[in-house]
Design a protein around this ligand. Structure first.
Ligand code: PGA
Length: 256
């Protein structure tokens, strides 16, 4: 099974609307038509930047999709500060990141919340980029694979294979995020292979083979080739290196 790589930029809480328009325009200007066959490209700006970024890409007919960084599972109502799936869908988002470790650690997002968000997205025809990953303490304890695969099982509880097939899992070791300390290709591959084996248990081999598993955590121009050479790594979820068009484009090109 050859999976089409996905290079996804997670802008986190960076870029005002004016800045987002500039960055999106820079990415769009560098976009090469022939990439469309070889790699999917996704940018995940903050909520306020979604529509402006999408407008730039649509105007240029650039095949870069736009996703949110978070979403609420309820369709509407008294949830101050939250944004619904219908809201992001209407402005053209194809997906949302869910369960990023920063949301889990800083905003108390639980495995149950992640599962509700996955279900809300797939039932609206969007997909989830489900983030999983262990802390340094878990890695040092030697229980990384158990910890991460339990997060995968919880995220997809009650989701059927057809919906899961559209989703993406991003393995992001917490100790590698924004630290400049990347997992080695072998470390990342071992966990991504364990994730795929869990997806096969849950949804069967065919679905697991079709699902994309990304690596995230200080992915950059220097380490992308080694990571992308691994059989179970199908792309990246990139923070810091997605904030400059030049480096993001180099990561996209490493997937060709
Ligand atoms: P980083 O972030 O590339 O800056 O480490 C990745 C992420 O948290 O998605």
């Amino acid at each position: 099974m050859t999976r089409k790589p996905l290079m996804a930029g997670n802008w986190k809480m960076n870029n005002t609307v004016a800045e987002a328009v500039v960055l999106t325009q820079e990415i769009s200007n560098r976009y090469e038509k022939e990439w469309a066959e070889a790699v999917d490209v996704l940018v995940c700006p903050p909520f306020v930047d979604l529509k402006p970024a999408k407008t730039v890409l649509d105007f240029d007919k650039t095949k870069v999709s736009v996703g949110a960084q978070n979403v609420h599972w309820e369709p509407k109502g008294a949830f101050t500060g939250e944004v619904s799936v219908a809201m992001i869908k209407e402005i053209g988002c194809t997906c949302s990141i869910v369960g990023h470790s920063e949301r889990r650690e800083l905003f108390g997002e639980t495995n149950e919340d992640v599962n509700r968000k996955v279900k809300a997205l797939v039932s609206a025809g969007l997909y989830a980029v489900v983030c999983v990953g262990e802390s340094l303490a878990v890695r040092e304890e030697g229980t990384t694979e158990e910890y991460v695969t339990a997060q995968v099982r919880a995220a997809f509880a009650g989701v059927d294979a057809r919906d899961a097939a559209e989703c993406v899992v991003a393995y992001e070791p917490i100790w590698a995020i924004g630290t400049g300390r990347t997992a080695t290709p072998e470390q990342a591959e071992a966990v991504c292979a364990a994730i795929r084996a869990t997806l096969a248990e849950l949804f069967g081999d065919e679905t697991a083979d079709a699902m994309r598993v990304l690596y995230g955590g200080s992915m950059n121009v220097g380490n992308v080739e080694g990571l992308m050479a691994q059989p179970n790594i199908d792309g990246g979820l990139v923070g810091g290196a997605s904030l400059e068009a030049a480096s993001f484009v180099q990561l996209i090109e490493a997937c060709l």
